[in-house]
Design a protein around this ligand. Sequence first.
Ligand code: IPE
Ligand code: IPE
Ligand code: MG
Length: 634
Amino acid sequence: MRPSPVHPARVYRRGGIHDPVLRRGYEACRRATRARGDIEYAVSLLLPPPLRIATWALYGAGVTVDCLADTTQPSDTEDAGRAERLEAWISAFDADLRDGRSTDPVRQALIHTMLTWNLPPGFMHTQFEQLRLDVQGRQFTTWQEWRRYNSLVTTPFVLRAASLMMRVAGLSAEPEAIASGVPEAAVASQRAADAIILTDALVDLSEDLADGHVPLPQEALDEAGVRRADLLDRRSTPAFEELVRRLADRARGWLDRTPVPPVLHPAIGIALGAYTDLYRLRLRAAADAPAALLHRRPALPDGARLRVLLPARARAALAWSLFPFPVRPCPPPEPAGPPAGLAGAGEVRSVTAEGRSLAAEARSLAAERRPVVPPAPHPSGARPPRLPAGAVPRHVAIVMDGNGRWATARGLPRTEGHRAGADALVDVVHGALEIGLKYLTVYAFSTENWKRPADELHGLMQEIPRQLHRITDDTKPLDVRVRWAGLRSRLPADVIEALVEAEQSTRDRTGLTLTVCLNYGGRAEITAAAAHLAQEVVSGRIDPASVSEHVFARHLHVPELPDVDLLLRTGGDQRTSNFLPWQATYAELLFLDTPWPEVDRRDLWSAIEQYARRTRRYGSIPRIPAQARPADRG
Ligand code: IPE
Ligand code: IPE
Ligand code: MG
């Protein structure tokens, strides 16, 4: 008999999961947890809804990927097919996590949990590493090697889990602080993790053997006089039975020497106590029938199981009612929801009273939808290169530099350089549409450019509205949505008006998003976001512990701007000059000597071709050959 959980629909409602697609993902994770992690599922039911569904997502997603990697398909050669499926899932997950969303329900639930609880991007990689180990069937020679490996992959995971539980108890402590502040706690939790890994190695032995793997260090077999070949042939020997009993004793000893940490919330203590008690039962089940381990996973005896769970459930319920769950989780916004940034950030441009009236006015203009026209081809007849799906970057950002030097070299005033530069931008926008780019962001004027002589500033400010009008031209509208990132301060009213109008009149377009960084400074953007977030914390709307990178990014000028894939600078200098420091941390950089007025769409295409030949690693290392990687994420 299983404990009777509260109905999942109610759990999701109380856990704040309303979106049906997201629910579907959590539901898949719940089922996977129940099917593969009987102990984890039983313990999850001792937790309140927000934590319960987080447990399902973290555990269930791991199990889902594990099954994906475990299912051998007819086309698989050795472990290669499984390893590739595993790596494809992991790279799709990494890419989706950078985006903050996924079209795969399980990944979406996992990402939702990671963002809600502000888990670091590498958090799941400890689990993934364990799965890789399973797929490769990695062998350990000595116990020392086995332990060192466990400590590398599980310590960060265990400490992060401990820091989460402390947050549930109303305390905020980073894992690193726990490790350095309470070293005994770190050692004890590592010992508990070793016990759990060893127990799982015993109970999952038959599955591992079926894959040709022996999950125990060779040293353990040698000491006990057990032959690997006997195990692989499922031959039970007295030596093997003795080995199982000895290992079960060892794991039980580790568990017994691990006191339940003082986690402050009594219900968390109860849940952890039940977890270790159930593991003790699992060890007893293994030690009671060692020979059977070669053929099947031992089941927990129902009676003993309920003797642990029933009192735990009653005590946990009482503890939660006496000390209610103190944390308000901070879920990410619904994918289709409005951007949450900006409100109240006085200096930032889209919120002043003036902005609102202009916006309202321009919205009425946008109301009349006009059909869009395709981009005009380049006069030379050049066509965009054909690149495989996924090779075209999603977001290209350009520092359009070299206008002034270009003009000076021709004996022209610098303003002429800016005018010619605007022509280049129009051509590049056409090329971006032709090649199917979704986001193009251009640096048009920096917060530092106010240091320039008054006549150049004057010329520039005159030129900007004219150029914006060209791009959003009423008679020849391209499928380009214009956004503006920058500050209002010091900009002439007609420039602000032109920017707001361009944004509003193109808001329904879906082809290319052209973000114009004008009066933009990267540090100013980050500082404004930090100030706004600080306000939210002071007013109690945000818990400081839930400030994740994604929460922070919601307060940037254009919150929905994705990470930059390719950052291009023309004009010969190799620096970024305060351009998109937040968004471009992992951008590929490319510097061209050509001054911006001489650039056209062909330079963009060739830059994209160079980008397509690069390997992006995001701190990891490539695990599968390039041709086996998923062409696109889905
Ligand atoms: C970039 O060209 C455009 C703006 C900064 C507005 P520059 O004006 O910086 O041209 P150079 O670098 O002096 O040639
Ligand atoms: C960066 O160019 C700003 C724009 C292209 C708008 P700058 O010409 O201002 O950069 P620095 O001063 O050479 O770094
Ligand atoms: Mg310059």
